[in-house]
Write a protein that binds this ligand. Structure first.
Ligand SMILES: CC(C)(COP(=O)(O)OP(=O)(O)OC[C@H]1O[C@@H](n2cnc3c(N)ncnc32)[C@H](O)[C@@H]1OP(=O)(O)O)[C@@H](O)C(=O)NCCC(=O)NCCS
Length: 169
């Protein structure tokens, strides 16, 4: 489904490598990362976050890879963040997730990464679901070309703000 790496002006989207593990763990255990996210308690620990990383890496060579990727600096190849695609049950759409290391927020990196990811998979519908309070995430979705589909409240879940990108013919 994805031809990797995906390169932009400043970034390279590629599979995680072992050397990304500490940076990945540092990102996902940072309270600024999960302020607006529904992250299970265990994944907020170093051990739990490391297990998530290991699970993603182990899936790459299987029939059902998890498309969790490193967003790397194009020049140094250093870890700057992560993007992920998740299939949605009972549909063809892919849910997209994006995060950038807090010290690099506000430089347009998430927008650049998401735009490239959407362009790399033109034939699929995408959606992003954000907390209504997550203004930065909403701006990224819009700036990367997604459409505001309004608020929704899934059965038993918290209210979410939905953004969509239809398949491009
Ligand atoms: C959401 C996130 C990925 C944005 O990364 P980023 O690289 O800083 O994003 P960009 O620089 O491309 O764009 C951010 C936009 O939000 C704005 N922004 C940043 N913080 C904001 C805030 N607290 N309130 C409102 N707007 C904010 C920026 O000004 C920018 O808008 P602009 O281009 O109009 O100036 C980053 O904050 C993050 O990793 N958050 C934690 C994970 C997360 O919530 N991911 C979203 C899951 S759906």
């Amino acid at each position: 489904m994805l031809t990797l790496p995906i390169e932009t002006e400043r970034l390279r989207l590629r599979k995680h490598e072992r050397r990304d593990r500490d940076d990945f763990v540092a990102l996902v255990t940072d309270p600024r990362f999960y302020e607006h996210l529904n992250v299970p308690e265990r994944q907020r620990s170093k051990q739990g976050a490391g297990e998530v990383f290991d699970t993603i890496c182990a899936s790459y060579d299987t029939e059902e890879p998890v498309w969790g990727l490193t967003v790397a600096d194009k020049t140094s190849d250093a870890f700057l963040g992560t993007v992920a695609l998740h299939p949605i049950p009972f549909g063809d759409a892919l849910e997209v997730f994006y995060a950038v290391v807090p010290r690099r927020w506000g430089e347009g990196l998430a927008t650049e990464a998401l735009r490239a990811l959407l362009q790399a998979v033109p034939g699929r519908a995408f959606l992003a679901l954000t907390s209504p309070a997550n203004e930065a995430s909403q701006k990224v979705a819009l700036a990367a070309g997604m459409t505001d589909a309004g608020l929704e409240t899934p059965l038993g879940g918290p209210e979410r703000h939905r953004f969509e990108r239809p398949p491009i013919a």
